[in-house]
Design a protein around this ligand. Structure first.
Ligand SMILES: [Zn+2]
Length: 310
């Protein structure tokens, strides 16, 4: 395998009736974030919220020896990329006494989760009772919160810049060039951190309001590429029209393009996300390309096994 420069993961996830926006807030109406395309509204979950979910999925599976800091009350993190998995993978902006602001650009890029089906045809407003804290001598009180909810198929993705995991780009002032300086000498630690990101996608779960609106937001259809160039191209693989039909030409074109600079492509799918005809078409295409279709979990596990250890 040639030197790996980038790993891309793009996936679709079908949700039950839910509201995936982070931040509870105190308002009595919790709406779904929406974007507009050709005059039609679609739901989305912000990239920031998605990063949070991914980070918490990784944190949940840490061993006792592994460290991820928690931001302080100003939202600042420890900034130690050699010791801290959080600061290394997700970047930071922190202030250092005497130096000022220090920032690290995250080597893990996370896209927003974009709903692909129109919101109006797939939504509802539900009423939840929010309980107030019990004050002494008073009865428990509750008020009604309206929560806007919808079902949808969301598209999400991440891209990992492998050269920058555990490393920093430094400017050589004399020659006016940049070079990438390793901050972790142990290559296996870099691999282990990269694996945590891949694994984390399969465990994404800490979205808001899940106490009462439990849903599954892990991938139902996923493509993973191990690339010898850094590119985000795979992120365009899945396009569904508002009836949920796959753009096949696009799918085929992107897959071919990304295959040219990828050593490995993994694909996982459960049935029923695409319609029957699209599903059959995808199966035939992968058969031609001699890529085995697995379940999303198997595709992730397989990527973890194939990832070179040095
Ligand atoms: Zn940290």
């Amino acid at each position: 395998m040639s030197e790996l420069k980038g790993i891309n993961m793009v996936w679709l996830s079908e949700t039950d009736l839910t509201n995936l926006n982070a931040g509870e807030g105190e308002s009595n109406y919790v709406d779904v974030k929406k974007y507009k395309k050709n005059g039609i509204e679609y739901p989305y979950v912000s990239g920031q919220a998605m990063r949070f979910y991914l980070r918490e999925a990784i944190r949940r599976n840490l061993s006792n020896e592994e460290y991820m800091c928690v931001p302080d009350d100003k939202g600042e993190t420890c900034g130690n990329i050699s010791n801290c998995i959080n600061c290394d993978l997700f970047g930071f902006m922190t202030t250092v006494k005497g130096t000022g602001a220090v920032t690290r650009v995250s080597p893990v890029k996370v896209s927003p989760a974009i709903g692909l089906l129109p919101f109006d045809d797939n939504s509802n407003v539900d009423f939840l009772t929010r309980r107030h804290r019990v004050t002494e001598g008073k009865k428990m009180e509750g008020d009604i919160v309206n929560v806007e909810m919808g079902t949808n198929i969301y598209k999400s993705g991440i891209s990992i810049d492998l050269l920058r995991v555990g490393a920093e780009e430094e400017i050589d002032e004399k020659n006016r060039t940049t070079k990438i300086e390793d901050k972790i000498t142990d290559k296996s630690e870099k691999i282990s951190r990269t694996k945590k990101v891949i694994e984390g996608v399969g465990f994404i779960s800490d979205y808001s309001k899940q106490a009462r609106l439990l849903t599954d937001f892990t991938p139902d259809l996923i493509a993973i590429s191990f690339q010898n160039v850094y590119s985000h191209r795979l992120q365009k693989l899945f396009e569904l029209n508002k009836e949920g039909k796959l753009n096949k030409e696009r799918f085929k074109g992107i897959l071919e393009e990304v295959s040219n600079y990828s050593d490995e492509i993994f694909f996982g799918m459960i049935s029923g996300i695409l319609d029957e005809e699209d599903e059959q078409w995808v199966k035939t295409l992968f058969k031609e390309k001699e890529i085995e279709i697995k379940t999303p979990k198997e595709a992730i596990d397989n990527a973890l096994i194939v990832l070179p250890t040095e």
